[in-house]
Design a protein around this ligand. Structure first.
Ligand code: CTP
Ligand code: MG
Length: 228
């Protein structure tokens, strides 16, 4: 399977409370961003990769991968979905076609295993729509009432955590994101836009350690794992 990649990286990382956006913090001798991109750059099916960056991003030009001819830079947008849409438009300009596969992956998710990437690609290559890496819920789940007491225990067997990459055809993804944004729908990932448009993305079980760095303890956890 051949594919394009979009990495939205225009967030400010407010929950991380660091001196720079979390994708530019250090992890195992490189930046989080460089670690994130490596698994895609190592894959023979990669046709090209677009990173969406904030307008005044002073960090990207300093990374060695900023000179990689397979990587292009798009403008970040107000919301993550805007950043992804800008990147899809750039891919079109670079020759990507509506039926080509696009994988969207968070810049702040540096621990995607090559085997999970391969599993996603293999699982969805013949799928009519596409889907996403996800992990089944592990803990017992409670629905809270307004008084902060348990109202009910939720059936865990049908609940999954959505991860990235999320893999869809370029044209389908573009139209779903544009439509959902236009309608003011809540779009927190690519799959939610596809769902808004009436699609049912396939859940592909991945590894739970493909975590998104959101708070300081996430980075500490990954750094420790990578050390040993
Ligand atoms: N992102 C983006 N454009 C935006 C907002 C987010 O490209 N307007 C990217 C982030 O850079 C990140 C990914 O989307 O790689 C997931 O978003 P999130 O984890 O929420 O990152 P931040 O928005 O940077 O963090 P926070 O919400 O804590 O400010
Ligand atoms: Mg955010």
């Amino acid at each position: 399977v051949t594919f394009w990649v979009v990495v939205p990286a225009a967030g400010v990382g407010s929950r991380m409370q660091a001196d720079r956006p979390k994708q530019y913090l250090a992890l195992a001798g490189r930046t989080v961003m460089e670690q994130t991109l490596q698994v895609f750059l190592d894959h023979p099916g990669l046709k090209g990769l677009t990173v969406s960056l904030a307008a005044e991003d002073p960090y990207w030009p300093g990374l060695s991968c900023s000179h990689d001819p397979r990587i292009w830079r798009a403008d970040g947008g107000r919301e993550r979905a805007d950043s992804v849409l800008n990147a899809l438009a750039l891919l079109r300009a670079k020759g990507a076609e509506a039926l080509d596969w696009v994988l969207v992956h968070d810049a702040a998710r540096p621990n995607l295993a090559a085997s999970d990437l391969q599993h996603l690609l293999a699982s969805l290559a013949d799928d009519p729509l596409g889907g996403l890496l996800a992990v089944p819920a592990r803990d017992t789940l409670k629905r809270a009432g307004e008084d902060g007491r348990v109202e009910a225990t939720v059936d865990r067997s049908v609940i999954w955590h959505a991860l990235t990459p999320q893999m869809f055809r370029l044209g389908t993804l573009h139209d779903a994101l544009a439509g959902a944004l236009e309608a003011g729908a809540t779009v927190t990932d690519e799959a939610s836009a596809i769902e808004w448009a009436g699609g049912h993305p396939r859940l592909v079980e991945g590894r739970a350690d493909n975590l998104k760095i959101t708070r300081p303890e996430d980075l500490h956890w990954l750094a420790q794992r990578w050390q040993s």
